[in-house]
Design a protein around this ligand. Structure first.
Ligand code: FAQ
Length: 331
């Protein structure tokens, strides 16, 4: 696919326009709720913020395979093992769609992975927490996938076409993931006192990191206002966090678990739950690389990448052989 690079598209000689006209046309498409496609002109900051966000999202999907992958050999039944294997494979697929969507912005996947491996790009804070029990797998599906859906359903209407389209399939799969996680938690919560306790402990571990997943408070969010203007974000971090809390509290009540927040209280006037103070120091520490599992996650990722180099080399050699064969046939 040939990309129209920004320099080409911006060139007055080619477009017969100057930047402000191009910018006005771009904003008119956004205001009309049309999609921006890879060959459309776009401001460089729109392109770079999308590369940043989509790449961070893709990295999160593939690093997110690790905490659950750790339980593939220890799932409590064959059925649970088969379901978990399918879920972890789905996350790899999500990474694939998202790296593909990022590549339509004119950046190479190898470059994105290099940025991840050298710490120049982030992945979600949530995947730096450990999974010491089977109940943690339930908590990830219920809370982490639940939070991911809340954040990602609006991204299906994101202004950038390839990202929006990738999100449609991803959200359908996340919805299955969320239900399987809730079902694990429900089974444990209704089981023996020890199983119930295990589920409660996992909820205690994952609740606060899950609500941090939505990102910093609106007051501290540096990208929000521009990204909302550009139709990348449809709702702010705090709005989505509140929706997640309002949707999840009744689910915890239904299965007899307690959200670990003494300040959680229904507010009749707002029609929402009030909740306690988020530990932003912890959030900042985790995204700066100092969470409980950051080093372990990165080491595993870099090792997996290095160990997979023969697959990439074999795929390239095969593609080259095919190219030569096609040329011979055409000649
Ligand atoms: N972790 O100004 P904002 C999943 C960074 S996928 C780490 O508010 P923005 C599926 C942010 O990058 C989970 N960093 O930024 C699954 C920025 O830093 P930068 C991933 C974070 O972009 C389930 C700075 O803080 N989902 O779970 C985090 O407007 C189970 C300032 O923040 C997505 O990526 C964080 N939590 O809003 C897989 C969804 N939050 O880049 C396996 C798409 C913020 O300037 C198992 N992304 N930061 O250095 C988004 O919607 C947005 O990027 C936000 C952040 C909402 C995450």
């Amino acid at each position: 696919m040939a990309y129209v690079t920004e320099t080409e598209a911006e060139s007055p000689a080619e477009s017969g326009s100057n930047d402000s006209e191009l910018d006005a046309r771009f904003l008119a498409l956004i205001d009309a709720d049309e999609r921006i496609e890879p060959t459309d002109w776009m401001p460089e900051r729109y392109r770079s913020t999308l590369i940043r966000q989509i790449a961070q999202h893709a990295h999160s999907e593939i690093i997110g395979m690790q905490p659950e992958g750790a339980w593939l050999t220890r799932a409590p039944s064959l059925r649970r093992k088969a379901i978990l294997t399918a879920k972890v494979q789905d996350e790899a697929g999500h990474g694939l769609y998202l790296y593909g969507a990022a590549e339509t912005l004119g950046i190479d996947r190898a470059e994105l992975l290099d940025r991840l491996h050298t710490g120049r790009q982030k992945y979600s804070s949530i995947f730096n927490y450990p999974t010491p029990t089977w109940a943690d797998i339930g908590a990830i599906g219920w809370l982490v996938d639940g939070a991911a859906i809340m954040n990602q359903v609006p991204l299906c209407r994101c202004s950038y076409g390839p990202y929006a389209r990738a999100m449609i399939r991803i959200c359908k799969e996340e919805s299955f993931h969320q239900r399987q996680g809730f079902q694990i938690m429900m089974t444990l919560a209704e089981g023996s006192p020890d199983q119930h306790h295990m589920a409660q402990e996992a909820l205690n571990r994952w609740w606060w990191p899950s609500i941090m997943m939505f990102g910093p408070s609106d007051a501290a969010s540096i990208h929000s206002s521009q990204n909302m203007r550009w139709g990348i974000k449809r709702f702010s971090n705090d709005e989505l966090r509140q929706r997640f809390i309002d949707a999840t509290v009744p689910q915890a009540e239904l299965i007899g678990l307690t959200i670990p927040d003494p300040d959680l209280k229904w507010n009749d006037e707002r029609g929402s739950y009030d909740y306690g103070e988020i530990d932003w120091e912890e959030f900042n520490r985790v995204i700066a690389g100092d969470g409980p599992c950051n080093a372990e996650r990165m080491e595993r990722r870099v090792t997996a990448h290095e160990e997979g180099s023969w697959v990439r080399e074999a795929a390239l050699a095969h593609a080259e052989k095919e190219r030569v064969r096609r040329e011979e046939v055409a000649a």
